[in-house]
Design a protein around this ligand. Structure first.
Ligand SMILES: *Cc1c(COP(=O)(O)O)cnc(C)c1O
Length: 360
């Protein structure tokens, strides 16, 4: 097929910020991956080039009708200097599921993986190594055809950019305060809630800003139809521990099918923890809290991996969970996942893959 990634290197490499100075998504590695799509021709011209601005005509379809999708995953440094990816093929699959929903062309899974491996290999020096740090990988593609008529674009640009990120918990894990949103909705049955597409995030900004002003860290979304059932929290899936059982909302098309979520469920299976994927009514959680059965709650997603929930604010009431402390299950899921991701804990699932050192 003649699939070869060309590499145009920067003249001078920049220095990666110190691990302690890293935040999320502010600094980008020296190079990025790009390729283009044209209908009739398919994906072509895969290349690694210096990170920098892209030229986009103001008529580019994405700027008007938001035909754009993305992914998020991380590369982790091990103590012995290797670089690991965590379940990257799952990101390729989910990207294609998002593409189908947005009428965008698919990207071959192996092309996607090859692009990530090659770019991360080149940018090995940008993978930070302090505890809790990682190299965030953001693949995305968007419609570039110059045509204001509403239709699937005939052209796309695909990019992968890399950003070293600091520890989510520089001062240790601490439970978050969550605002249960009574009015705004994130998605609805039949919508695009399961796709990682820009519009899902733009629509949350107003709600999140209000929650933040009121002193909360994240918004917990309820279902778009009845506002009775729990969906997810910020860019994380949500889990509750009721007595010794784990419950989480099911994948019915309105929430993002998280890879961290799936990993937590798989760990439950391995550890013999009973886990249920089912509708979770807000009222059930409030009642369980009242009865002392709500022992823990946490969010799960690539950015934080696991984020304990200490307080849920709903309809004027404040539910405190586990006295505002991180619970045992929450801690164990966090330790197991971050341990596997960084090679400290035996990976019995085949979840991690090493980025092979090919490039010099
Ligand atoms: C990305 C994302 C998640 C988490 O998915 P992971 O694969 O675990 O990172 C959950 N919810 C939303 C809305 C997301 O965008």
């Amino acid at each position: 097929m003649g699939w070869e990634i060309t590499i145009d290197r920067v003249q001078r490499r920049r220095e990666r910020p110190k691990d302690d100075d890293l935040r999320f998504g502010r600094v980008f590695a020296d190079h990025m991956f790009l390729m283009d799509y044209e209908s009739g021709r398919g994906w072509h011209d895969p290349r690694i080039v210096p990170y920098g601005p892209l030229a986009l005509p103001p008529a580019a379809a994405v700027l008007h009708y938001a035909q754009t999708i993305f992914e998020g995953l991380k590369a982790y440094a091990t103590e012995d200097g290797r670089v690991l990816l965590f379940r990257p093929r799952e990101n390729a699959r989910r990207l294609n599921a998002s593409a189908d929903r947005l009428c965008m062309p698919r990207v071959d899974e192996d092309v996607f993986l090859d692009a990530i491996r090659t770019l991360v290999d080149l940018e090995r020096d940008w993978v930070p190594s302090a505890r809790g740090t990682s190299l965030y990988i953001r693949p995305l593609y968007f419609a570039t055809e110059e045509d204001l008529s509403l239709k699937p674009s005939a052209r796309y640009t695909f990019a992968i950019i890399l950003s070293p990120v600091g520890s989510y918990y520089p001062r240790g894990m601490s439970p978050t305060r969550i605002f249960v949103e009574p009015d705004d909705i994130r998605s609805a049955p039949g919508g695009v809630g399961a796709a990682k597409t820009g519009g899902n995030y733009a629509r949350c900004l107003r709600t999140e800003a209000r929650a933040s002003e009121a002193g909360y860290d994240q918004v917990l979304w309820l279902d778009g139809r009845e506002k009775r059932y729990i969906e997810e929290v910020g860019a994380m899936n949500v889990f509750f521990r009721l007595d010794d059982k784990i419950v989480t909302p099911p994948l019915t098309g309105t929430i993002l099918p998280g890879i961290t979520r799936d990993s937590v469920l798989r760990l439950c299976g391995k550890w013999g923890i009973e886990a249920e994927e089912r509708k979770v009514e807000l009222r059930e959680i409030a009642e369980a809290a009242g009865a002392g059965r709500l022992r823990e709650a946490f969010g799960a997603g690539t950015a934080a991996v696991i984020a304990p929930i200490g307080w849920l604010h709903c309809g004027g009431d404040e539910i405190e969970i586990n006295e505002g402390e991180t619970g045992d299950f929450t801690e164990e899921f966090y330790e197991a996942l971050t341990g596997i991701q960084t090679g400290r804990v035996e990976d019995g699932f085949g979840w991690t893959e090493e980025v092979p050192g090919i490039l010099k």
